[in-house]
Ligand binder design. Structure first.
Ligand code: ARG
Ligand code: ZN
Length: 879
């Protein structure tokens, strides 16, 4: 908590550590109220560092120091100093052993960073800087040490005691206690340390690696959840095999463990050999989890597993390099999901996410480069930019190199840097060294924030048969970066002939006629022209196929051309994108002109797409889903909150009315065949299109439709269908909505992840009294500010997924958010500052809303003892 203005940490100030730590021996006497931590560190001077003033500063927060010794000699008061966040040793030898004994208090730890209590178990979260709340240490990722961890606890209360690496000893002690010792043979930074103590059940499996080693796999959960682990285990085994085949990466310990925890600030954490998860990304049964949940579990399990190489074996030199592990690992999990599911649908959902979160982050006051150059609180930088844009930056390099060279480059990276803490620069150098590509200009993607805007113009000369495509790039200013240099942008494009087929793309001066299909052009200058020759008629261009770069595109394309692309483009992504652009245009017209009539040809195009049963149902559902209200807001200079909501409702209702018969047909044709739930791309696609049809039908329901929806709610055999119906009924309101919500609660009151859905569905309900409902639900006995999943499902969903009610013109939503942020900040600053991010883009709104949001931000900033987390977000929002 801060009185003085917290200071920023800067990349340019990086210095290698003065000391290295070779070995760490930790001994825990675990108790929720009072845990004893004894630590013995083997330290030695770092030959690569410049010598300081002869003292050594270790990180440490909220530790009660009880003993301190160097090489077995207790230190006297003049030999060391302790303050709020550090321990300073005044005179030290070049090589020594340091013993400290501290007390910590897990049950009082509401920040969920360091060692804390979740339900009846004890667990840890150390990334980024949580280890310093466990013991005094050089808590920075470039200090990599070998850890041995001894855990002692009451055996009845904590029968399971886990830490990183392999178990090497287990025995009973007096007084009903027991001891388990773990040893991790791989040097690691402290942020990858983990321990777990609890009364847990496990499911077990085995995996034989490519080189024939047997690995034991275990997933630990609270006993009542042991029937919800199968999907996670299947996902893990798939991910392990995929990483061998695609990246040549084998697992390296004899045991791999996953633990599901119900109080967790983020998604999951890749601690060496002991991944700790938000239980939301482990637990699933067809009747408790939706397809989206199954999907999330598969990709998060894979993500954390993939970190074993991209993050753990090779880690980050400092936290500015966070995207080195996160961007690359997200790229890897995206590719994994594309390979085991449907590639086209995966790309669409990734781009949807990027556009919704990263583009808006890039356009706001917290915009930062993929490799930031300063931060006040590193926890504020686990962002869409570092993760999702970072993945796009890796993807662009993979595409520029091509699959063979990219694989050579990643092989080189793993070989050259195994066991090291490195930088994004080291990564890019491997890309260059293995391929011969020059990525000098490309590096700007790591350094410059902001989303480049491309403006394209096409011109066809019928006489010469030349189509000229001109592309200009411009990147708007972002905080601290008023001017940008041009990026190196890969542009994948195609040209379609009148029959809808791809044409060969021959650039002027080329003698050979290339095969018809997609070509990747490279844009490097501010403006470039590409001349395609040998065309007999004006082609329809399909630009940015499969979304080759994280850019925005301005290209005046007629509605006719867009409909043509929507029907014929060989690139599935661009068929979707054309449909999105059409719908966006129509919606924005409806926002500006409420009397505008939805044209029949829109309904016709929608109908023919809907009835095209040849393709992938999941892809179809994506094509036919309207852009969200939040996304539409991002397309306006001044957000018209109510206009957007009205336009969205009008169009959805119109679709429901004019396509009633067709939608009903699709709904009936895609009923299950009675076989049990399966999480296959086909079955997921079928449920998606069916529930989308029901969604449109429910916008103006008659008794028949309402009956269908109630029937699906009552008799659906899987949570995907039940939840879809519940949300429609809740939005419909009335006695039907109320009854459904009550029945759902009664049925699922014991399953906390399902109850999160119950809170979320009400928080996202666009009915006028939504805020009152939310306030009312804050009083519900199942609500708690101490459970992050609960906070996200009620407060987070209301502020982020209920635009029209959160931004109510009376400012009630803003006041509500600010109150919650101030209430949460002393408990859990990470969650408080995450929530606050939903209010930082106040400049996009009208005067009235601007001043209301501003007032709340000032109220927060004027509060004494704010955390660094919230201080940074609020102060940057007002800059
Ligand atoms: N490394 C974790 C992951 O795989 C996330 C850790 C987030 N930490 C934080 N302080 N927000 O994505
Ligand atoms: Zn990660």
């Amino acid at each position: 908590m801060y009185r003085d203005t917290p200071h920023a940490v800067r990349l340019k100030d990086y210095q290698p550590p003065e000391f290295l730590i070779d070995r760490v021996d930790l001994h825990f006497e675990l108790d929720p109220d009072r845990t004893l931590v004894e630590s013995i560190l083997q330290l030695r001077r770092n030959p690569a560092a410049t010598r300081g003033d002869g003292s050594l500063v270790l990180h440490g927060e909220q530790l009660d120091l009880e003993a301190i010794e160097i090489d077995g000699h207790p230190l006297t008061g003049s030999e060391f100093g302790v303050d709020q966040d550090s321990l300073t040793l005044h005179r030290i030898p070049d090589r020594f052993s340091l013993l400290t004994r501290v007390r910590i208090h897990p049950s009082l730890n509401t920040a969920l960073e360091g060692l804390y209590q979740s339900g009846d178990m004890l667990c840890t979260q150390c990334e980024a800087e949580g280890f310093r709340r466990i013991t005094y240490f050089l808590d920075r990722p470039d200090v990599m040490a070998r850890f041995t961890t001894t855990l002692v606890a009451d055996k009845a209360r904590f029968p399971v005691l886990l830490s990183n690496g392999n178990p090497i000893e287990a025995r009973d002690l007096d007084g009903g206690r027991h001891l388990v010792r773990w040893e991790d043979p791989f040097p690691k930074p402290s942020y990858l340390f983990a321990l777990i103590a609890g009364d847990l059940s496990a499911i077990e499996d085995r995996f034989t690696t490519a080189s024939g080693r047997e690995v034991m796999l275990k997933i630990f959960v609270e006993p009542q959840n042991v029937d919800k682990c199968d999907h996670a285990m299947r996902s893990l085994k798939k991910a392990m095999r995929w990483d061998e085949e695609r990246f040549g990466r084998e697992y390296d310990l004899d045991i791999f463990m996953i633990v599901a925890v119900s109080h967790f600030n983020m998604g999951a954490m890749e601690n060496k050999g002991l991944n700790v998860f938000n239980d939301k990304f482990v637990l699933a049964r067809p009747d408790t989890a939706t397809d989206v949940d199954f999907d999330g579990i598969e990709s998060v399990i894979a993500h954390e597993y993939f970190h074993n190489w991209t993050g753990n074996r090779i880690t980050c030199r400092d936290w500015f390099q966070l995207s080195l592990k996160e961007g690359f690992t997200v790229y890897r999990d995206q590719e994994f999901s594309a390979d085991v599911g449907s590639r086209g649908v995966k790309r669409i959902s990734d781009v949807r996410l990027l556009r919704a979160h990263q583009f808006s982050e890039d356009a706001g006051p917290m915009a930062h480069p993929v490799r930031p150059d300063s931060y006040i609180e590193i926890n504020n930088f686990y962002t869409a930019t570092v993760y999702q844009k970072g993945a796009e930056v890796v993807r662009m390099q993979a595409n520029l190199l091509g699959p063979e060279a990219f694989r050579r480059a990643t092989d080189l990276y793993f070989e050259r840097h195994d066991g090291q803490a490195v930088t994004t620069e080291d990564f890019v150098r491997c890309m260059e060294d293995a391929s011969g590509c020059d990525l000098t200009q490309f590096r700007r993607w790591y350094e410059q924030a902001g989303t480049p805007e491309l403006t394209a113009e096409g011109e066809f000369d019928a006489e010469t048969g030349v189509y000229t495509l001109s592309v200009r790039q411009f990147t708007p200013p972002t905080p601290g970066q008023p001017e940008k240099s041009p990026f190196h942008v890969p542009l994948a494009i195609g040209l379609l002939g009148a029959d809808g087929e791809d044409l060969p793309l021959r650039l002027e001066g080329e003698s050979e006629v290339p095969r018809a299909g997609t070509r990747v052009l490279e844009l490097r200058k501010e403006e470039e022209r590409f001349r395609f020759v040998g065309l007999s008629a004006k082609p329809v261009p399909s630009l940015l196929r499969a979304f080759p770069a994280p850019v925005k595109l301005r290209f005046e394309q007629s509605d006719e051309d867009l409909m043509f692309l929507m029907a014929h483009d060989s690139d599935g992504f661009n068929r979707w994108d054309a449909a999105q652009t059409l719908m966006q245009r129509l919606l924005l017209t409806l926002v500006r002109d409420p009397d505008h009539v939805v044209p029949d040809r829109f309904c016709d195009a929608f109908r023919s797409a809907l009835l095209d049963t040849a393709g992938d149902q999941a892809l179809l559902a994506e094509v036919l889903t309207l852009p969200t209200e939040g996304y539409l807001a991002d397309q306006m200079d001044v957000v018209d909150v109510d206009g957007i909501h009205r336009a969205h409702a009008v169009l959805e209702r119109r679709i429901g009315e004019c396509l009633r018969a067709d939608l009903l047909g699709v709904y009936r044709a895609n009923a299950g065949d009675g076989s049990p739930y399966a999480f296959t791309p086909q079955a997921v696609g079928r449920r998606a299109i069916r529930n989308l049809a029901l969604h449109y039908l429910m916008q103006a329901p008659d008794a028949e439709i309402l009956g269908l929806c109630q029937d699906q709610f009552a008799n659906g055999d899987n949570m995907t269908d039940v939840m879809a119906a519940l949300s429609l009924l809740a939005n419909h309101g009335g006695t039907e909505g109320k009854a459904a919500l009550e029945a759902f609660y009664r049925r699922w009151s014991k399953e906390s992840l399902v109850i999160d859905k119950w809170f979320a569905v009400q928080a996202s309900c666009s009915r006028e009294d939504a805020l009152n409902q939310v306030l009312h639900l804050m009083e519900h006995p199942d609500f708690s500010l101490r459970n992050p999943n609960r906070v996200r499902s009620l407060i987070g969903v209301f502020c982020n997924a209920n635009q029209v009610r959160f931004h109510a013109p009376d400012g009630g939503g803003y006041r509500f958010l600010a109150d919650r942020v101030l209430e949460l900040d002393p408990l859990n600053p990470q969650i408080a500052s995450r929530l606050l991010k939903s209010m930082i883009r106040w400049r996009r709104f009208d005067r009235v809303r601007q001043s209301l949001m501003c007032a709340e931000l000032h109220r927060i900033l004027d509060t004494e003892e704010l955390s660094k987390d919230v201080y940074e977000v609020a102060s940057k929002a007002l800059e």
